[in-house]
Design a binder for this molecule. Sequence first.
Ligand code: HEC
Ligand code: HEC
Length: 164
Amino acid sequence: MKLRRLGLTAVTMLLALHLGPSLAGEQKNYSLTASYKEECGSCHVPYPPQLLPADSWRSLMGGLDKHFGSNATLEASVAKEITQFLVVNAGRSGQSQAVGAKAPTLRITETAWFKREHRDGHDGLSASVWQSAAVKTPANCAACHREAGEGNYSERGIRIPRSK
Ligand code: HEC
Ligand code: HEC
């Protein structure tokens, strides 16, 4: 009967979903548009859209006038284009939400994924590294991921600054 084949198709689809590229942190190389890099990569690295769910990006883009203590307002048409880029490439909610949070987090650095991947003792990371003058804030991805400006987080690009 057809049922068996249908079952297999469903399994294959589930697998594809499970292994899909939108899983936070599965990818090491994120492609970023030129306008995104220009508009959202001047004060910090242009963060990969895949590392936050769509709801987070919508809230963040809805409050650019009060953006972490900065005014990051954009022209309406540019904001619209960037929101679309972020939402289309966003990660899946649940995967990237902060632990126990009701509202979507606006910070990649607050997500369960980020904390797990960057826990102390993992690959040379420690409290003193995070507090070092070279790092200052976990949001400073480029302190360790030398090619973060291009969306590249591959292991070869990682250099942990000496803690002081
Ligand atoms: C005028 C400077 C400025 C611009 C332009 C700017 N940001 Fe930010 N952004 C900040 C500051 C300051 C922080 C807080 C950084 C920290 O905590 O160290 C921040 C933090 C963030 C964070 C949270 C980082 C974390 O902790 O995980 C995200 C996400 C973010 N910005 C996205 C964007 C996007 C998307 C744009 C473009 C629409 C943008 N930013 C443009 C200044 C800016
Ligand atoms: C203090 C250094 C440091 C900072 C700052 C940092 N990372 Fe990392 N990151 C690491 C290390 C070390 C790993 C673990 C590499 C591994 O497991 O092979 C890692 C792993 C990752 C990975 C997974 C790569 C892989 O091998 O699968 C991604 C994606 C990533 N970081 C993104 C970010 C983002 C985005 C930021 C900023 C919001 C950031 N990191 C800030 C050190 C840092």
